[in-house]
Design a protein around this ligand. Sequence first.
Ligand SMILES: Nc1ncnc2c1ncn2[C@@H]1O[C@H](COP(=O)(O)OP(=O)(O)OP(=O)(O)O)[C@@H](O)[C@H]1O
Ligand SMILES: [Mg+2]
Length: 269
Amino acid sequence: MSKTIAFANLKGGTGKTTICINIAGCLTVIHPKSRILVVDFDPQANATSGLGIDEDSIKNSMYDVVLNQSHKSKGVPITQAILETQIENIHLVPSELNLAAASVLMQQVKDKVGILNRILTLIKSYYNYILIDVPSDTGLFMLNSLRAADEAVIPIDSSIFSLEALEKFQTYCQDIRQMTGHTINRFTVVFNRYTKSKASYQSNKLLKNSTFEELEEVVKGMSYALYKIPESLLVYRSQKEGMPISHISPNSKIVKNYMEIASYLSEVN
Ligand SMILES: Nc1ncnc2c1ncn2[C@@H]1O[C@H](COP(=O)(O)OP(=O)(O)OP(=O)(O)O)[C@@H](O)[C@H]1O
Ligand SMILES: [Mg+2]
């Protein structure tokens, strides 16, 4: 079985990359024999550094892989861009800043929304899980990621813009269906940096942000699964060490929460 999961939101900074890396870590703990590929499809390359890969050491990145789709004699097939990470069974297709230029290359391809899906088809039989870290753009990176995905994880925060983004995301997925006939099977919303503190509840009210209870009501109406991830300083330690939290603090509260999501995502649906 191979499942492709996109970590996406039109809104930036909601925790897509952090959740993607940590779900990869938890999936290897739950299914030690499974093979996981993280595809860093964001020019910011945060998933690349978050998995301990130094950008200067990269020979081929997603840029070269996309280039190979637009100009067959240039770039490399995805198999030549895959790197091992510090964690056995988690592989990575790294990104670098020049991936931003790939949007121009993608415009030149005939089926420009299906590029990533075609790229991933080549290696799907090898990996059990392919996790795509998607940038918060509304263009071809996002469209390609959703076209390639069986499922989507949508991290949100308590800002009022998160709800707006969630509604727009639904419209976006409908557009994909109309454009390509592709349907995303399941959506999982993650309320990231969740805190129960009274002070935060009051400041959310003051800032006219949503409280978790309000968000829960809206998400329930959308019939998506909803999970919470607490605010945690371990996120920063994990970034520093270039490893998922499951591999540096396996008994922490935040790992328990990531585990719940990973186990839901690994259900056959
Ligand atoms: N549970 C958490 N606790 C504390 N900090 C967190 C948590 N999750 C994410 N962060 C921090 O929030 C910031 C945004 O997270 P992240 O980079 O994962 O979001 P993103 O959606 O991928 O952003 P972008 O849209 O820029 O790609 C980062 O500084 C990250 O370290
Ligand atoms: Mg990111």
